[in-house]
Design a binder for this molecule. Sequence first.
Ligand code: 13P
Length: 249
Amino acid sequence: MRRKLIAGNWKMNCLKADGMALAKAVFDKARGDLPFDVLICPPMSLLGMVAALPHTIGVGAQDVAVAPKASGAYTGDVSAEMVRDLGATHAIVGHSERRALHDEEDFIVQTKAARAIEAGLTAVICIGETLEEREAGKALDVVTDQVRGSVPVIATAENCVIAYEPIWAIGTGKVPTTADVAEVHAAIRAELAAILGSEIAEGMRILYGGSVKPSNAKELLAVDNVDGALIGGASLKADDFWAIAETQM
Ligand code: 13P
């Protein structure tokens, strides 16, 4: 039985005061015995401070360096080891915004995921098709290619999570039909089985991301093979984020 993971990706949002207040509010709500896992991913500027607050949930980075070493002459980069040292448990890699704005291809994403895992983090590997690819009937091919290219061979159900985020659903208020989500998630799991074996594939969580809101979370999270959500905009308000989580109580 896969435990659901409710994850917030704050993206490049929150100055110190707002970010600390948001983190504290989420940490307070998430206390106690929950039937699901929770993760928040603040921007790197706040990661250390957020992780230093008392908390009982996961805290993650939104990226890690691709550099082959944990330290060295890589100006501006932050290694997975440094992220772990701040107290983080997870790192998102290969978000579509990084793939698009920083030219991160599958091989880079795969390397970053491996760096995260080697440093003791759980890698949250993002994949997803563009609207053009969806309309051309290529969504399944694109997504399964991304799985094959982005998931490292050292991935296990414990150290890796997949997040399916159709690019056209991110920040747009549009969501795929539950049938489309089910189809893609089943294809992702089949591809994971092909590359990692069926046991690992069965245990690995596959999140859905893209305009998840309190109003649609219950339906999306009830779809077969949807093991949680990666939430952008709605994770910036503790009440909205928690209303999504509460659909799984
Ligand atoms: P929204 O929830 O704002 O659509 O963002 C989704 C996302 O990109 C999470 O990583």
